[in-house]
Design a protein around this ligand. Structure first.
Ligand code: CA
Length: 227
């Protein structure tokens, strides 16, 4: 499995550097931005596994960023760890009401931040190990088992991750770049064809359900949700 990607949104460079450094030391991949619009853009385009989001940003504040992430299909389930200089109980409640998964008050220790990030990812991953069922397709990550209309189908590890990613994001277009990053663990434009090759093989194995994987021309692929 590839290292989870954490998006760090913090306008104070010193704090951002410390947070990014410590997350990298802990083995995470890190994306960084100093404002809310950059955060929304990166969250959509790069699909990180978690966002560390500062409350006070120069453009949109953290609450607004959080609200917009929750409104958008592509980022609705993205876990958010909110950072704030405000420690009052009222702010805490507001943070959670807006969909932050956890809350850390400045000044915080980098070690504490890494622990919180790990804990949130662990909870999210547990949710991800639940079986995914889309129409006649069922995927059980725990048992690494895929069934097409009740019949087990043998997939390679990569095909499995690809199908699981598409199914977990059913109804939403996944670009080749995002698939490369999330399924293969790297982004390399020249290898976009790798995705196409695997999708072709996957469709063949899905047999009667091959049509579940739709090609979205010029973008990527989408697992359609049967009506
Ligand atoms: Ca700030």
């Amino acid at each position: 499995m590839t290292a989870p990607t954490i998006l760090v949104v913090e306008d104070e460079e010193d704090i951002r550097d410390i947070v990014a450094f410590n997350l990298r030391q802990a083995g995470f991949r890190v994306l960084e931005t100093g404002d809310g619009r950059g955060a929304l853009h990166l969250a959509r385009s790069r699909q990180p596994d978690l966002v560390v989001l500062d409350l006070l940003l120069p453009d949109l504040d953290g609450r607004e960023v959080c609200r917009r992430l929750r409104e958008d299909q592509a980022t609705r389930h993205l876990p958010v760890l909110m950072l704030t200089a405000l420690a009052s109980e009222g702010d805490r409640v507001v943070g959670f009401e807006l969909g932050a998964d956890d809350y850390l008050t400045k000044p915080f220790s980098p070690r504490e931040l890494v622990l919180r990030v790990r804990a949130i990812l662990r909870r999210t991953r547990q949710a991800h190990s639940e079986p995914v069922v889309v129409g006649e397709l069922s995927i059980d990550p725990e048992r690494h088992r895929v069934e097409v209309a009740g019949q087990e189908v043998a997939l390679t590890a990569t095909e499995f991750r690809l199908l699981h990613h598409l199914a977990a994001h059913a109804g939403r277009v996944q670009s080749r770049e995002v698939l490369l990053e999330r399924v293969w663990g790297y982004s390399y434009q020249g290898y976009a064809r790798t995705v196409d090759t695997h999708v072709r093989r996957l469709r063949k194995k899905l047999g009667p359900l091959a049509g579940y994987i739709e090609t979205v021309r010029g973008v990527g692929y989408r697992l359609r949700e049967p009506a």
